[in-house]
Design a protein around this ligand. Structure first.
Ligand code: NAD
Ligand code: DAU
Length: 356
């Protein structure tokens, strides 16, 4: 039985993907992750006794190591999640984003190209390299502009999105120039279990429960298009199964919401599920703080292509997904406590100063 190789499978989306893949498929997973601050093996603890989950701690930029792993495991596909993924961190320190998202993706592509070139004809034509990317490469939308299609111009605005855009271009070039059977997915904002609490939704849940401020950037009217992480994972599985090599598929849930509405929804769910001892609403903890530099105003994904070509659509609505997510954080205080290490506290201090 052949295997797939996943990069970044100990992060938020990657770990959800690996868990869902092992539940849905008999194919083994080789999970390659450098275990940066964002990688967490605890996300994968339910696979501890699964011999078909093979975890390897390695950097995607380590060409020799990646080439050896490809030769050793002979995967039928590579699904590339590994990245530096947090916009605010890219503003404080862009270099790691250039290194992993651009140099790392380039080295991974080179290793995969060499491995793929050596395959026999049948395996070569069925092999797939799936590159997981973001809607942020398209830039910011005006309030009434149509949602991003796959043909939208690239206008990345942060060091993070610029580094992801560069990696997307490399993937496109490897298909066009070398014929590597690539697939690229550009997805909107995910939320759900195992989301590191430096991103909006988990940060708000964790801060609310800890009695801290809920820091909303600027006027809180920036719009994001939210998708439950399990729906992103099912879309990737579908693209891997039936996507056309060389193609790009936008993934989203047709679910645009301003940030302040997200925060108020979380507060209302917590008021219902874990009321504050003093009877007040968690929304009294909302604090408007300084805006993110270069903050994109609006993202929205047009997911028609993946729906029409591959029949994919999300299973969860925002209402069902956010309720499950808030409940997951309430049910998993140990996971939260373990990720709140010294380096996490240092990040809060750097980013939020007094508001944290
Ligand atoms: P994450 O930050 O939670 O996880 C990234 C994982 O990659 C971590 O496990 C980390 O240890 C690993 N990693 C980082 N650098 C590495 C390296 N050099 N070599 C090997 N492993 C390394 O990220 P995420 O939110 O799960 O995002 C996964 C992918 O999906 C990224 O490519 C991101 O750009 C993309 N994406 C994320 C979202 C979102 O809302 N989170 C939306 C669309 C696309
Ligand atoms: O759009 C897809 C992208 O979504 C992914 O490519 C990124 O990897 C992922 O991190 C996410 O980027 P965002 O910048 O949109 O996500 P974040 O959770 O950091 O912020 C969401 C919105 O909330 C954004 O408008 C900024 C705002 N925000 C965020 C934080 C952390 C706040 O108002 N306060 C906060 O404390």
């Amino acid at each position: 039985m052949s295997k797939i190789l996943v990069t970044g499978g100990a992060g938020f989306i990657g770990s959800n993907f690996v868990l869902d893949w092992r539940a849905a498929s008999s194919q083994a997973v080789v999970n390659v992750d450098a275990l940066t601050y964002a990688g967490n093996l605890e996300n994968l603890s339910s696979l501890a006794d699964d011999p078909d989950h093979i975890f390897v701690q390695a950097d995607i930029a380590d060409s020799e190591r990646i080439s050896t792993l490809l030769q050793q495991h002979q995967p039928s596909a590579v699904v590339h999640f590994a990245a530096e993924s947090h916009v605010d961190r890219s503003i404080h320190g862009p270099e790691a984003f250039i290194q992993t998202n651009i140099v790392g993706t380039f080295r991974l592509l080179e290793a995969v190209r060499s491995y793929w070139s050596s395959l026999a004809a049948e395996r070569k034509s069925s092999f797939r390299y799936l590159h997981v990317s973001t809607d942020e490469v398209y830039g910011s939308l005006a309030p009434s502009a149509a949602a991003f299609t796959e043909k939208h111009t690239y206008e990345p605005n942060s060091p993070y999105s610029a580094s992801k855009a560069a990696s997307d271009h490399l993937v496109r070039a490897y298909h066009h120039t070398y014929g590597l059977p690539t697939l690229t997915t550009n997805c909107s904002n995910n939320y759900g279990p195992y989301h590191f609490p430096e991103k909006l939704i988990p940060l708000m849940i964790v801060n609310a429960l800890a009695g801290k401020h809920l820091p909303v950037y600027g006027d809180g009217m920036q719009i994001r298009d939210w998708l439950y992480v399990k729906d992103h994972c099912s879309a990737i599985r579908r693209v891997l199964e039936a996507g056309r090599p060389g193609e790009v598929y936008n993934i989203g849930g047709w679910n645009e919401k301003p940030n302040i509405e997200i925060v108020k929804t979380i507060c209302a769910l917590l008021d219902e599920l874990r009321p504050r001892a003093d009877g007040k609403s968690y929304s009294t903890q909302i604090t408007y703080v300084q805006d993110r530099p270069g903050h994109d105003r609006r993202y929205a994904i047009d997911a028609s292509k993946i729906h029409q070509e591959l029949g994919w659509k999300p299973a969860d609505t925002f209402d069902s997904g956010i309720r499950k997510t808030v409940q997951w954080y309430l049910d998993n205080p140990d996971w939260v406590a373990h990720v709140q290490s010294g380096s996490y506290r240092d990040w809060l201090q750097k980013q939020y100063k007094d508001a944290a």
